[in-house]
Design a protein around this ligand. Sequence first.
Ligand code: 13P
Length: 336
Amino acid sequence: MDTELLERTARELVAPGRGILAADESNGTMSNRLAAVGVEPSSETRRAYRSNIFATSGYQSAISGVILFDETIRQKMSDGTPIPEYLASRGVHPGIKVDTGAKELAHHSGEKITEGLDGLRERCAEYFAMGARFAKWRAVIRIGEGMPSDANLSTNAHALARYAAICQEQGLVPIIEPEVLMDGEHDAQTCYDVTARILDETFAACEVQGVHIPGALLKPNMILPGKSCSDQGNREQAAQLTVDCLTNHVPHNLPGIVFLSGGQSDEDATAHLNLMNGMDVEHPWQLSYSYGRALLAHALQTWASGSNEDSQGAFAHRAAMNSLARTGDWSAELEV
Ligand code: 13P
């Protein structure tokens, strides 16, 4: 394991003012998103939309890396440059989603286990040769009646740790993503408790597998009430609960935490991060973003209904707002 390379890549991914763009929707998910804005889904429309985003000028100051899907890492920009080569030439690390999706967990109706360990070593080696320097694996944890089960937590924690170890062996920084979903009526405390459990199990499994924590990143949910909870709290409460949970359940030698947006509005995702980074305490890790929808939802709509330039403008704006949130310097007036 090249710990020096892993640590350097991890630090670069969470460098000051920078965060990650998650553009790794599977073909199915991306096709649904294109269809929802009236665009015929195809390999070419997925390429055209994403390559236009990647060609946005000046976003490198806010974006350190882009997570790609297998189809995209093999595609080219409109001038024929391979996409990973193009991103690297702009100082942006190409990343790759390496899990093969969340499947039904046997004997546990409604719960999922993320698959993709078979052949992972060989796929990581191929992606590294194509220029990828980091990877992502997403586990999905649902809160509900009797959920999450011990089986759901332990199997996903084990898979995340095995994935992380294999990535590191192949030179890729693993982004460890145990996502507690926002769906449901649960309150913020329940989200806190479940997040604490999956974080504890995941880092315990990482220790067993020998994962090098200074060469990894964590991509967690924020601590929020379920979307259908009657008490939605406020942004300050969410920011404080999130920082408390992470401080108590994430190793302090991890270089960075890159949040998912998980269905929050664009502005909530930015405001929550801004509040956390504006606190009068020094956190042990960098607190940054690895947003998908909160960076691109508006850009996608704009691409479908407007011009390539307007779509790039929408993305550049969200990237700049989240970059400011890295230092607590964002404010709502800047959104106008
Ligand atoms: P969202 O920010 O849209 O939740 O996507 C991030 C991601 O990569 C989920 O795996």
